[in-house]
Design a protein around this ligand. Structure first.
Ligand code: E4P
Length: 216
């Protein structure tokens, strides 16, 4: 399973990129708004210059025609930009058109296997089931990831599953076991995936023993 960073914060992306384990970035209008930067295009171009892999930038129109023209414009910003499209009738219509033009779409706000099936039929390059938001309303978000992975496998769809709305490190473990192609994680969760108290205790002990040996 690959790891994307779910943020529009360039500082976080630069820090995470140093680890060499991040192969893409997802943004959404809320994440971009949080950064309070005037020019959306500048933000996306800067992110795309840091990370080589797919960078999701979301359309902000709800109308198919406007989504398509926004997507065509966004796709010119960088060769690795992917268009994030919400799952509505207009979004699916736009995806069907864009996928025929080889413009990659990441279908977002996925909350059901039926939505995921239709997105794959429309030619989506990626689907983003929102795990945390389902958990928030007492549904099993990871069950959705497993169901979508199973359906895509069963019919040999090439659409890649991005486990999204990840809230804690266990979500990443379960997404990996379920066969998600990608988990997109906030910077905080990425750090939580690395940290382990036993690693810290082990390092302290090694350092103390080493100091004792060298007499310092
Ligand atoms: C995914 O692409 C979304 O940007 C993101 O995962 C949403 O997460 P949230 O439910 O924590 O806002």
């Amino acid at each position: 399973m690959r790891i994307f960073l779910d943020t529009a914060n360039v500082e976080e992306i630069r820090n995470a990129a140093k680890l060499g384990v991040i192969s893409g970035v997802t943004t959404n209008p809320s994440l971009v708004a949080r950064e309070q930067r005037a020019d959306f295009k500048d933000v996306i171009k800067e992110i795309a210059s840091i990370i080589d892999g797919p960078i999701s930038a979301e359309v902000t129109s709800l109308n198919a025609k406007e989504m398509i023209s926004q997507a065509r414009e966004i796709a010119t910003w960088s060769p690795n930009v992917v268009i994030k499209v919400p799952i509505t009738p207009a979004g699916i219509e736009a995806t069907s058109v864009l996928s025929k033009e080889n413009i990659k779409c990441n279908l977002t706000l996925c909350f059901s296997p039926n939505q995921a099936l239709l997105c794959a039929l429309a030619g989506a390059a990626y689907i983003s089931p929102f795990v945390g938001r389902l958990d928030d309303i007492s549904h099993d978000g990871m069950q959705l990831v497993s169901d979508v992975v199973a359906i895509y496998k069963r019919y040999d769809f090439s659409t890649q599953v991005i486990a999204a709305s990840i809230r804690h490190p266990m979500h990443c473990v379960i997404a990996a076991k379920a066969g998600a192609h990608i988990a997109t994680v906030p910077f905080k969760v990425l750090m939580q995936m690395i940290n382990h108290p036993l690693t810290d205790i082990g390092i302290d002990r090694f350092m103390e023993d080493w100091k004792r040996l060298s007499g310092k």
